[in-house]
Design a protein around this ligand. Structure first.
Ligand code: ADP
Ligand code: MG
Length: 495
């Protein structure tokens, strides 16, 4: 159907196979985990760095405070500030705010941060802000003084050193993450590979291998001792393969047997045909004994030949898939009855009670064969019971039908003697159900096969001494919608 046949023997490529997928997924998830760790850790790094600066600045401020008369030379002041790495320190105690130290030069505060009230997501945003921001940014930071020298400390500083420290830190973390991801991904991959992928590959390889020659018992999987799902799968597969291989072997034997039977039947039929020719001439002999037995002999031969012909036909016949169309069932039944009436004794009436307008979606020839078969069975049954008992009632056979939703239901009913109990079980199995003389037990088997090929069913609804009723159900074909691709439409119906 599809243009591209897939090559079963080929294992999927590394990236399309299970192991590739597992590897990719582990790397992605470990990376994701690393990112989730990285975000808070870079934010924390920045805060700790700033807190360090604040601590230094506080000490610097305290030192300045301790200077005699609190007056410092300009040089000393810038030295102290430079040592602390800040531009301005301001300590606040109570209500009195006092500027402790301030270095020379002009600068504008570009951004202010208050470490006392920063939430975690704010800290993450600020960290990214710092890495993104302009190199020359000057920021001010407010916090509680770590040495408790006041209520509030505020510093101003150039952000550049913080930025480069963060980049440095980030780079280290990145290297570490890559190393860790590879390590963890590698370990997870190895574990999954060992626990899942390898056994899975073993299973698929075995399935493909077995599929290529399912009759080879040595290709059946040898199940391991695992107790998990894979172990179960292996054992189930093992059972299935064993069963299949056994069945195939059996089928081969049966096929060979069938072939032998058909050869025998063929030869036997030819021999019987010669016997028939001879016995035909015996019918003309005037001897009264011969005259008495000749018709019986001829009858037996006829039946034997018919039996063999049927058997041969069944062995050869590969029923074609039904070529379905919508048919008027009433007209079709008329046709079947007309063909049968010629050979029907006068004490049997066949009635067509199919309501007009009933349609059936079926192969015309095959449905005719099925109905003819059922009808002929009924005729034969009635005929033989009438031959046995003079008082048997007149025969009546009726064919009726109805629609149930999208299903056509056909009933073939007769008032014959009923089906013998011992063959009811195997009525639809070939060669199993012949109860009458000369019957092959093929008729119903073939009928069932044909109906099942239509997705339908044939069943014995009832069979008593007062009559028999067979029911056939044939569902309408599901209309195949256009599939869009040219060419595929042809699969719905033979042209
Ligand atoms: N309508 C019927 N009434 C009674 N017996 C039937 C009826 N249909 C089938 N049978 C029994 O079922 C057997 C199997 O029928 P079938 O499969 O057509 O094989 P065959 O007709 O070659 O014997 C018949 O031999 C007959 O004994
Ligand atoms: Mg029959």
């Amino acid at each position: 159907m599809q243009g591209k046949e897939h090559d079963k023997t080929k294992q999927p490529g590394v990236l399309r196979g299970l192991s590739g997928k597992v590897l990719l997924l582990t790397i992605i998830f470990v990376m994701l985990g690393e990112v989730l760790i990285f975000l808070p850790s870079i934010a924390n790094f920045r805060i700790q760095w700033l807190k360090g600066r604040i601590a230094q600045a506080e000490i610097a401020a305290l030192a300045a405070e301790a200077a005699p008369d609190q007056i410092l030379s300009t040089d000393l002041r810038s030295e102290i500030l430079m040592g602390a790495g800040v531009l301005v320190v301001s300590l606040q105690k109570g209500e009195s705010r006092k500027l402790a130290l301030r270095s020379d030069g002009d600068y504008m505060i570009d951004a202010s941060f208050d470490l006392r009230s920063t939430m975690w997501y704010g800290a993450i945003m600020d960290a990214f802000g710092a890495m993104w921001a302009d190199e020359t940014r000057v920021i001010s930071v407010t916090d509680v003084p770590p040495n408790m020298s006041g209520d509030l400390i505020e510093i101003a500083l150039r952000e550049q050193p913080l930025r480069s420290a963060m980049f440095h830190y980030g780079f280290n973390i990145l290297l570490l993450s890559i190393f860790l991801s590879l390590l963890v991904a590698g370990m997870i991959f190895a574990a999954l590979n060992w626990v899942l992928v390898k056994p899975m590959q073993r299973l698929t390889r075995n399935m493909v291998d077995f599929g290529q020659n399912p009759e080879d018992f040595s290709r059946i999987i040898k199940p391991g001792t695992r107790r998990d799902e894979i172990g179960i799968a292996e054992r189930e597969l093992h059972d299935m393969q064993t069963e299949l291989a056994t069945m195939l072997q059996q089928k081969n034997h049966l096929a060979a047997l069938g072939l032998a039977v058909s050869k025998v039947s063929h030869d036997l039929r030819n021999m019987l045909t010669s016997a028939q020719l001879i016995s035909d001439r015996m019918a003309n002999v005037e001897d009264p004994t011969v005259k008495r037995f000749a018709p019986k002999l001829i009858g037996s031969l006829d039946r034997a030949i018919e039996f063999l012909s049927q058997t041969l036909k069944f062995g050869r016949a590969q029923e074609l898939p039904p070529r379905r169309e919508r048919l008027g069932l009433g007209e079709l039944v008329d046709e079947v009855i007309e063909a049968a009436v010629v050979k029907t004794p006068s004490r049997i009436v066949i009635m067509n009670t199919v309501p007009p307008g009933i349609l059936v979606d079926a192969d015309r020839e095959q449905l005719i064969r099925v109905l003819t078969n059922l009808m002929r069975n009924a005729i034969q049954a009635i005929e033989s019971s009438q031959a046995e008992r003079r008082d048997a009632p007149d025969g009546e056979i009726s064919l009726q039908a109805r629609r149930e939703g999208s299903v056509t239901v056909i009933e073939v009913r007769d008032n014959g003697p009923g089906i013998p109990n011992q063959i009811r079980e195997r009525l639809f199995q070939a060669f199993q159900s012949a109860a009458r003389q000369g019957g092959t037990g093929l008729g119903l088997a073939i009928a069932a096969e044909l109906i099942r090929a239509h997705g339908g069913d044939i069943q014995l609804q009832s069979s008593t001494e007062a009559g028999t009723c067979f029911v056939i159900t044939i569902p309408d074909q599901v209309t195949q919608l256009r599939t869009g691709r040219n060419g595929d439409r042809r699969t719905s119906r033979k042209a």
